[in-house]
Design a protein. Structure first.
Length: 256
């Protein structure tokens, strides 16, 4: 599928546009509206599955392309599809490692999910906010597109085990979670698979590294040290600052 990359801007969600895990500030929404009216194609690219992007966007930007699961899911014109999933043997090996480190996890399918972590974990505040999916056993998922470990006896060792298995691993030390994706899947790789190679981007975390590094104009929100020297601009993780930076795009003429 080829999507025009003329005037495309790609936005991460959590920590970039959304600062409470549930909503986007009205100033940012207004800036995004202005950006879209000015002719920019909006893409939202998140670690969340598409299911959990929809409540945060609140029905706005219905023509936007959505990339979920750090690149393993895409939604174009409202049609969600899995573009990367763990192979059966690959998932079995990951589950063996998860069991070895007594891990609690959130496993996402194309729509439904499985969860074995603590009932008090804050990740549950962001899972299926719209009550759109079902919580099932992992064996009942038709495919697993993302595997998020929320606790384990040795998180660093489990992250390294996933890398040894050839998976994409993002160990978020600040949140104490590990994000596993199949193969070399990431947001930038999913974006290029849609034919988008010229774009501006906003991101805040290590899973936005390639997205920002390959952007025409990259904006880092916050000061994650893993993104030092990657983005052209850094802004404070504050709705007013982010909205102001987005508004600059609304006044710029989209270019190919």
């Amino acid at each position: 599928m080829i999507i025009s990359s003329t005037g495309t801007t790609v936005f991460d969600i959590d920590g970039t546009l959304c600062f409470d895990g549930r909503t986007i500030d009205g100033r940012i929404l207004a800036a995004l509206d202005a950006c879209e009216r000015a002719g920019h194609q909006l893409v939202f690219a998140s670690a969340r599955p598409v299911r959990d992007l929809l409540p945060v966007l609140g029905g706005r930007f219905p023509t936007a392309t959505l990339i979920g699961g750090n690149g393993s899911l895409v939604s174009v014109a409202g049609q969600v599809r899995a573009r990367a999933a763990f192979g059966a043997g690959e998932l079995d090996r990951l589950l063996v490692e998860a069991e070895r480190f007594r891990a609690g996890y959130l496993a996402d399918g194309p729509w439904d999910y499985a969860y074995t972590g603590p009932t008090s974990h804050p990740i549950l505040d962001r899972v299926d906010q719209g009550r759109l999916a079902g919580r099932v056993e992992i064996a009942d998922l038709p495919a697993v597109v993302k595997f998020l470990v929320v606790d384990a006896t040795d998180m660093a060792a489990l992250a390294e085990a996933g890398r040894t298995l050839g998976m994409t691993v993002n160990h978020h030390l600040d949140e104490e979670i590990i994000d596993f994706a199949p193969g070399a899947t990431n947001k930038w790789e999913a974006l290029t698979s849609l034919g988008i190679d010229q774009y501006d981007a906003f991101g805040n975390d290590i899973n936005d590294l390639d997205l920002l590094r390959n952007a025409r104009h990259g904006v880092r929100v916050g000061a994650h040290p893993g993104l030092d020297g990657v983005a052209r601009v850094t802004v404070a993780p504050d709705p007013a600052a982010v909205a102001a930076e987005i508004s600059l795009l609304a006044t710029a003429t989209p270019t190919a």
